[in-house]
Design a protein around this ligand. Structure first.
Ligand SMILES: NC(=O)c1ccc[n+]([C@@H]2O[C@H](COP(=O)([O-])OP(=O)(O)OC[C@H]3O[C@@H](n4cnc5c(N)ncnc54)[C@H](O)[C@@H]3O)[C@@H](O)[C@H]2O)c1
Length: 254
């Protein structure tokens, strides 16, 4: 049984990952601003445990306090999945300062704050551990309207590499997943924007066009990403650290 800390575990990929770990019997601490969705998730799982620690990852004090509470209630983490993220599409000529700040604060600073607090607990416990960061296919390819988001995800990918070097002496492995498009609440907004811009508001046509871009011919479901996160957290991936793992239906193989 492991103690698993997951940020952004309320919905989408994070929720699928919470279900995966809990169904394997693990104790999962979820750090999210969406407490209601986590409570709902917690009532659904019938093995392991799911505990909410309401947290805004943009705020270092909030991250520090929540992680200290989780450590006191459950113990230090053996696995950390840093998944909380936001996306807002904007063209280069329409970017709003507030949106730029939000995306950088959640995706980049939030990742840094979370790793700094949780990795210190792993180091002090002296038993090593695994960290998985949520990057994106946008660590590897560019996309229209996704300039700030792409920059933050490339930053997260680079962070995985530097962290793997910094934390290896403590027996802590750090890898990042780079998924292509997954059907989640986050992409509902994205595809509304794309539909309005290119498909006369036809959201289904926008999704179909996205599926056509992937050699595998479809977008992903959240559990398909959760399985890879789970693998990267287990001893079966023991020689992997500093890796950027595409989970992208072949998008970046082209
Ligand atoms: N859906 C995709 O196509 C896709 C592809 C690649 C990467 N990603 C990344 O996967 C991660 C999860 O996204 P998702 O698609 O499951 O969307 P989602 O919106 O369902 O999940 C995002 C989660 O982050 C939480 N969150 C947002 N702001 C927060 C904050 N300030 N503090 C704490 N929690 C906060 C949300 O409440 C939610 O639980 C994100 O980092 C996203 O960038 C998504």
């Amino acid at each position: 049984m492991s103690i698993v800390y997951i940020t952004g575990g309320a919905t989408g990929i994070g929720a699928a990952t919470v279900r995966k770990f809990a169904s394997s019997g693990d104790d999962v601490a979820v750090f999210d601003i969406n407490g209601d969705a986590v409570e709902q998730l917690s009532s659904e799982v019938d093995s392991g445990s799911v505990t909410l620690f309401e947290t805004d990852v943009r705020n270092r004090a909030s991250v520090r306090e929540s992680i200290a509470s989780a450590a006191s209630d459950l113990g230090p983490p053996t696995t950390l999945f840093v998944n909380a993220g936001v996306q807002k599409l904007q063209g280069i000529f329409e970017m709003e300062d507030d949106d730029i700040d939000l995306i950088i604060d959640v995706n980049l600073k939030g990742t840094l704050y979370t790793v700094a607090e949780a990795a210190a607990l792993m180091r002090d416990a002296g038993k090593g551990g695994t960290i998985v960061l949520m990057a994106s296919d946008q660590a590897l390819v560019g996309k229209e309207g996704s300039i700030v988001y792409g920059a933050t995800k490339a930053g997260v990918a680079q962070m995985a590499k530097s962290l793997s070097v910094a934390l290896s002496p403590h027996g802590i492995r750090v890898n990042a997943v780079c998924p292509a498009t997954v059907k989640t609440p986050l992409t509902e907004h994205v595809f509304k924007w794309l539909a309005d811009k290119h498909f006369d508001g036809d959201v289904e046509a926008a999704w179909a066009a996205e599926a056509d871009l992937l050699p595998i011919g479809r977008v992903a479901d959240p559990p398909e990403i959760a399985e890879v996160v789970y693998f990267l957290s287990q001893p079966s991936s023991s020689f992997m650290t500093g890796a950027l793992v595409p989970v992208d239906g072949g998008l970046t193989a082209q």
